[in-house]
Design a protein around this ligand. Structure first.
Ligand code: NAI
Length: 247
């Protein structure tokens, strides 16, 4: 019997990378999975991986930026699964460039996916969790939301916003039995970070005390802890997962 037996988890950005690892980790501990992403093909791969672990899985093609689209997806998930016990807001993008070169589109798209997307899913799901008088929300922020980074004003602002949204939601929802926490990963090896140059990667390694990049599973394990009753007296917290890069 896994700790999430009988529970439904909704993971956004679940088609690949960290989102997929989170879906598989929660499924391995007994959760059924509602998987949301823009990418329908890769979503079906994640769904197959979850089903291979013996859990129910269903993919929903949804753009986290769309308030109505998210509301519709959450209603469908509630109807399909009967409850939403865990929400993991993981979908995120980068559009890196220096401030003076950053276009309005670079700014708006990153804020819309990372911050508005998290708002959309948190709002739609917390209405259901309030009726259940139980739920756990875990938002994927970033160390960049804590320390900033040259070339990532849009991303840093979006992730700092996610942290502030997490803390505010935690305060609003605590009395209804809903906890909201965030994780702030450092450099994790995924398609998002594969795009960086070897030079940038080496500079990162030089400032990571553990001298290695993180794996998606390193994040998934902490998300599982924050989703479970093992963290039942924690809300509004931000746990950093960076091999000691930020402490
Ligand atoms: P990834 O690029 O491999 O996966 C992101 C997923 O989000 C993709 O499946 C993509 O299709 C989906 N997505 C993007 N825009 C979407 C939208 N509008 N609607 C629905 N789905 C959308 O990225 P990765 O590395 O797995 O990142 C996951 C999260 O972790 C992101 O929020 C990212 O900011 C965060 N993070 C990643 C770090 C890293 O080093 N890889 C470090 C810190 C945070």
């Amino acid at each position: 019997m896994g700790v999430f037996e009988g529970k439904t988890a909704l993971v956004t950005g679940a088609a690949r990378g960290i989102g997929r690892a989170i879906a598989e980790k929660l499924a391995s501990e007994g959760a059924d999975l509602a998987l949301c992403d823009l990418d329908a093909d890769w979503l079906s791969d994640t769904a197959a991986a979850v089903e291979a672990l013996g859990r129910k899985a269903k993919g929903y093609t949804v753009d986290v930026r769309s308030t109505q689209g998210v509301q519709d997806a959450v209603s469908a998930i509630h109807a399909d699964f009967g409850s939403i016990d865990i929400l993991v807001n993981n979908a995120g993008i980068t559009k890196d460039t220096f401030l003076v070169r950053m276009s309005e589109e670079d700014w708006d798209s990153v804020i819309d996916v990372n911050l508005k997307g998290t708002f959309n899913f948190t709002k739609a799901t917390s209405k259901i969790m309030m009726k259940q008088r139980a739920g756990a929300i875990v938002n994927i922020a970033s160390i960049i939301g804590l320390i900033g980074n040259a070339g990532q004003c849009n991303y840093a602002a979006s992730k700092a916003g996610v942290i502030a949204l997490t803390k505010s939601a935690a305060k609003e929802l605590a009395s209804r039995g809903i906890r909201a926490n965030a994780v702030a990963p450092g450099f994790i090896q995924t398609k998002m970070t594969d795009a960086l140059s070897d030079d940038v990667k080496q500079k990162m390694l030089d400032v990571i005390p553990m001298s290695r990049f993180g794996q998606a599973e390193d994040v998934a394990n902490v998300v599982a802890f924050l989703s479970s009753d093992a963290s039942s007296y924690m809300t509004g917290q931000v746990l950093t997962i960076s091999g000691g890069m930020v402490m």
